[in-house]
Design a binder for this molecule. Structure first.
Ligand code: F6P
Length: 548
């Protein structure tokens, strides 16, 4: 593990010098002078293509970025992660989400645990449960097949299941309606309960720790609602749990026979591959869930074995470092051009921001450069009519990851070509922009007066030179989705290694949790709290008055 500060490395310093030169480039010129730019600056792996040619890079940039990856020890740290070393050192944990999608014959033992045997034993249990629900043999208390699945979880126990089930909608069982409840705001659960029938609903309480306030409260309220229509004896047919905490599951009143376990070496935001993905497996079936895992495994194999220069997650990560640390881009916009991927930006928010939203390096010292950018976005073409204006002409330069799917999952004629045309047109426009001469020529053709033309010119001119990546897949399938998620997981890992931070803990979310408990007890007490600042005291007083 490198002990040198990132900014003191030879590669970082060389990149700093090189960046001064890069500031004068325009991508239009780079494309004009390099006919094979797409061939040189794109890579394929695990059914995905990454086109990273629309970035402000040349061959030297890439060489220097790859040197940075080597100097920071990306390869040995990657190998350590796959080997089960306890790289999450603040929690003394291995990081083995890759083992969740490895084949049965993986030979890996951690703390005396034969990882693949345990993983596949749980996958087999999931498969048999899933098939019973899907073929109607697992019935509700009145003998009717299950029609609705309500996944109750938050963070990684919600975002992955919701995103993947939605993305794979066209593979879903026609009888099963999926619902996802995460927010402690009762409106969330209330809306879901209004849509389901207690006779035919299966609740999945999904929580790694089984202590998360929001999930426990929602699960308790769902249980109370269910018991208004049924008896305690009916609970096992309608409530199952997914957790690492069997004690907590038992204490909540769910039989551990109805619990699907996983392990502390699976981080919440990396857990969709574990039994946290139970709702996904119910929706798409065990075989397709296996395909999702296989797609991710194919990306794992690529990440593990491809040379750095053609390693897709490494390249995606390095382009991100170039934009973040040298061009100072504060955010990264994710633009999936597929409606079923609409939860993907939110999924990546947790994956990247909870992993790399850190400012302390592994040796405990503050980092001297920026780390994870803000991740945000929305599906195309919707975003084009909302926030793309800022992306085109705003004062900040925001890199974009476009995600394009070549074949649609529907039969509506015409739509998909229009969708793809928009996707490709946007990345072209961000790269090329529209120069003053082009605008002038257009306006002259319209017969505009010279004075009016000159006044309009700066408003209609686009500088372009705005970076983007385009990730292309043939179709949105379980396998391609698995590869896509794994691509971003490994990208996140590589960036964490470059920044020298621990990507696998999340101490930052704890403070808010602790303070919420204090205020919660004050809200239910009788005295006006005085230990807070004036603003917080006043807000608490307002809430107390309203809640009575
Ligand atoms: O508060 C953050 C967090 O710990 C996430 O990392 C996690 O995915 C989420 O809460 C939910 O945790 P759990 O699955 O234990 O309920």
């Amino acid at each position: 593990m490198p002990s040198t500060a990132l900014t003191a490395t030879a590669a970082f310093q060389a990149l700093t010098t090189h960046h001064r030169e890069a500031l004068s480039w325009h991508m239009r010129d780079l494309f004009a002078t390099q006919q094979d730019r797409f061939e040189r600056l794109s890579v394929s792996a695990a059914g995905l293509l990454l086109d990273y040619s629309k970035n402000r890079i040349n061959d030297t940039t890439l060489e220097l970025l790859l040197a940075l990856a080597r100097e920071r020890g990306v390869e040995p740290q990657r190998d350590a992660m796959f080997a089960g070393d306890k790289i999450n050192f603040t929690e003394h944990r291995a990081v083995l989400h890759t083992a969740l999608r490895a084949p049965r014959d993986l030979r890996l033992e951690v703390d005396g645990q034969h990882i693949a045997a345990d993983v596949h034993a749980v996958l087999d249990r999931i498969a048999s449960f899933v098939e019973r629900v899907r073929d109607g043999n697992w019935v509700g208390r009145t003998g009717k097949p299950i029609t609705d699945i309500v996944n109750i979880g938050i963070g990684g126990s919600h975002l992955g299941p919701q995103m993947a089930s939605t993305a794979l909608r066209s593979f879903s069982h026609p009888r099963l309606n999926m619902h996802f409840v995460s927010n402690v705001d009762g409106h969330d659960l209330d809306a879901a309960l209004a849509k389901v029938d207690p006779e035919t609903t299966l609740f999945i309480v999904a929580s790694k720790t089984f202590t998360t306030q929001e999930t426990m409260m929602n699960a308790q309220s769902a249980r109370n609602w269910f018991l208004q229509h049924a008896t305690e004896a009916d609970l096992p047919r309608h409530f199952v749990a997914v957790s690492t905490n069997s004690e907590g599951v038992r204490a909540f009143g769910i039989d551990t026979d109805n619990m699907f376990p996983f392990w502390d070496w699976v981080g919440g935001r990396y857990s969709v591959w574990s039994s946290i993905g139970l709702s996904v497996a119910l929706a798409i079936g065990a075989k397709n869930f296996g395909e999702l895992l296989a797609g991710a495994h194919a990306m794992d194999e690529h990440f593990l074995h491809a040379p750095l220069a053609t390693n897709m997650p490494v390249i995606l990560a390095l382009i991100g470092i170039w934009n973040r640390n040298f061009f100072n881009s504060e955010s990264l916009s994710i633009a999936p051009y597929h409606h079923d991927l609409r939860f993907f930006p939110a999924y990546l928010q947790q994956l990247e921001m909870e992993s790399n939203g850190k400012r302390i390096t592994r040796d405990g010292s503050p980092i001297k450069v920026a780390t994870c950018p803000f991740i945000w976005g929305d599906v195309g073409t919707n975003g084009q009519h909302a926030f793309f204006q800022l992306l085109h002409q705003g004062a900040d330069i925001t890199p974009i990851d476009f995600i394009a799917v070549l074949k649609p999952g529907h039969n509506l004629p015409g739509h998909h070509a229009v969708l793809l045309a928009n996707c490709f047109a946007q990345s072209e426009a961000f790269m090329r922009g529209k120069q003053a001469e082009e605008v002038r020529a257009d306006l002259s053709k319209e017969g505009m007066s010279q004075q009016e033309l000159e006044a309009l010119l700066p408003h209609k001119t686009f500088n372009g030179n705005r970076p983007s990546n385009t990730i292309v897949m043939e179709a949105l399938t379980p396998a391609s989705l698995g590869a896509l998620i794994a691509l971003y997981e490994h990208k996140t890992f590589v960036q964490g290694v470059i920044w020298g931070i621990n990507s696998f803990d999340q101490w930052g979310v704890e403070l808010g949790k602790v303070l919420a408990k204090t205020i919660q007890s004050e809200l239910s007490g009788t005295s006006v709290p005085e230990r807070h600042d004036a603003s917080t005291n006043a807000l608490i007083a307002l809430a107390k008055q309203a809640l009575g």
